[in-house]
Design a protein around this ligand. Structure first.
Ligand code: TYD
Length: 212
């Protein structure tokens, strides 16, 4: 992202991969080190986005695939313009749960839309903005499902999709990471929380040192 002073980190992975836990740990570590951290997410990281999140995750019944892709892209456009970009310009660390890789992996997994088209739509929406680092928490869908089942909260529309869908999501994330190895850090999310957190910190420390 041009003309920025801050650092932009996104977390990606399937539902139940532990993104929230790792974002919490990374946020505390960064804050303790004196960084100003803006914690945010997609969908729903802005005022308009919260309305869109309610539609994409809780609407009863089908949403046409192109409409769904456009709703995520609209959320993204407003979020990047009004939340992410201003924070980066203020020099903050933006720690964000999900970004355009989620659109490619999830909307692409429905097999109706083409991955390149989805990515291009998001890039148009966000004026080409890409994170400095994307942490992919990789986990097999069966383990993730067991975690979600024990979490005792209602499923949203995507969590309720079948196992085959989640296997395609996982493969898509891994393919995205392989295509952009410099941007991605792939972590085995089956391991211990602290071990995972240490791996993420090491990479983030390098990134922050390089920025100075
Ligand atoms: P998330 O907020 O991580 O779920 P939770 O609140 O349950 O932790 O993500 C919500 C869902 O949105 C998730 O199943 C993936 C989906 N999603 C897409 O399908 N496309 C997208 O572009 C994004 C950002 C999310």
């Amino acid at each position: 992202m041009s003309a920025q002073r801050g650092t932009w980190i996104t977390l990606e992975g399937g539902d139940g991969s532990g993104k929230t836990t790792q974002a919490d740990l990374l946020e505390s570590w960064l804050t303790d080190a004196g960084h100003v951290v803006l914690r945010t997410r997609e969908p729903g990281g802005s005022d308009v986005g919260r309305l869109i999140r309610d539609i994409v995750l809780h609407h009863r019944g089908d949403i046409a695939p192109r409409a769904e892709a456009l709703l995520y892209a609209a959320d993204r456009a407003h979020h990047v313009a009004t939340v992410v970009r201003p924070a980066l310009e203020r020099g903050e660390v933006v720690l964000q749960d999900r970004y355009l890789d989620s659109s490619v992996a999830y909307q692409g997994a429905g097999r109706v839309l083409d991955a390149t088209e989805i990515r291009d739509l998001s890039l148009w929406a966000a004026e080409g903005a890409l994170p400095d680092l994307t942490v992919l928490l990789d986990l097999d869908p069966e383990t993730a499902r067991a975690r979600l089942d024990s979490a005792d909260k209602p499923f949203d529309r995507l969590e309720a999709e079948k196992g085959e869908f989640h296997r395609r999501v996982r493969e898509a994330f891994l393919a995205l990471a392989a295509a952009e190895p410099d941007r991605f850090l792939v972590i085995d999310a089956a391991g211990d929380h602290d071990v995972i957190a240490t791996g993420i910190r090491r990479r983030v420390a390098d990134l922050l040192a390089g920025d100075r």
